[in-house]
Ligand binder design. Sequence first.
Ligand code: ATP
Ligand code: MN
Length: 463
Amino acid sequence: MKRTRIAEVLSRGQIGARYTVMGWVRTRRDSKGGFSFVEVNDGSCLSGLQMIADQGLVNYESEILKLQTGCSIQAVGTLAESLGKGQEVELKAESIQVMGWADPESYPLQKKRHSFEFLRTIAHLRPRTNTFSAVARVRNAMARAIHAFFQERGFIYLHTPIITGSDCEGAGEMFKVTTFDLNHAPEKDGKVDFSSDFFGAPANLTVSGQLEAEIYALAMGDVYTFGPTFRAENSNTSRHLAEFWMVEPEMAFCDLEGNIELAVAFLKQIFASVLKDCREDMDFFNRFIDASVIPTLEALVSQDFQVLTYTEGVDILKKASETFEYPVEWGADLQSEHERYLCEKVIGGPVVLIDYPKEIKAFYMKVNPDGKTVRAMDVLVPKIGEIIGGSQREDDYDNLLERIRGAGLRPEDYGWYLDLRKYGSVPHAGFGLGFERLIQFVTGLSNIRDVIPFPRTPGNLAF
Ligand code: ATP
Ligand code: MN
């Protein structure tokens, strides 16, 4: 089955040339003149291709006049300039074969627009809508741009394990991995005895590849991971998934400043790529989802990112006239309402917030000379809040040991991590970017469930 994708026909098609096109019917309109317009979409681009089906076609009466939204067809025809409004070219069909019918009584995508909530219940059909096919193409382009960014800079793409024996920060809510029959798990001293489980020890799905990425950074210099990440936190928000994709660069011979520089260059290059490579889809988001996405991304490509310390941020928030749901106090974690206020009301753009109190950040972040704050950085953006969390890592053996103990963790569980500070330790830094949060920011879609093909959230494993 040879076909030409509609994206190819529309961008490089030759007038007068013959093409075979395959796809799904979006609309059919019958003209009094004895012909019909059939618009077909194949997912290769947002636009469909208009076909002219004349009554001279052998199956005009028997099939063409019965085509409905969702039917799949194969059409052969000649490309012609279109006289009608709304498209430059159309395919004058010589033949149209129906590949699969779609009963209009039951095919759910009839109305022009459906709510995103409804579309989530039909995840097997939602990519046939403009919004979800546009998201899938933009997601793909962003993934490619992410690899391009790191590859151009000589970073090694590292595959860190999905099943792990360590809990990255000693606090994360993790999904357990076991082959035990949960009703008959062997026990010892009243507790489940994992020594006879598959790995001979408790195993979990990873919450971050950072600690393993540090191992490779301290041998190879610059590495990055880009893979699935799992968090069993029961937070039903528009920014949290139980399964999401994280991008985690880790760099040896790098401090917090270098880390911020990389994060800013990274975001700018991804935004510039999407604007260049996904123009049609971005115009769609700007028109139908959020009229600020294109101007915002365009501005960010050339704007500086504001860097503030946590202490400065807290001072600003305490003076704010706004009443927050959660109070602001030095030493407390910032909520997304605070992060958004700083971006939206104070700075009018993204903010890189650095030097957080050590008590609210992970044990591996390097302590500042003040002894109270750590070399952390969060990149905050309007409408979402945190999209990147990173830090310079503690590279001093004794300080790290103290931090591990201080966090209530057992140093013997972090033997290899401590070893990295014992043998040829170097300053190093990195960050984690939530891929879906970045897609939310780029597309303007307000719910994270709509930027991943099959969202996993508490109570939802339908597809
Ligand atoms: P938050 O406070 O927003 O829950 P976090 O501080 O727990 O995030 P990190 O551990 O710093 O998150 O993870 C790095 C990045 O991964 C975050 O900046 C965010 O973009 C993304 N991220 C974290 N948790 C989730 C999640 N449950 N779903 C989607 N993305 C997430
Ligand atoms: Mn974070």
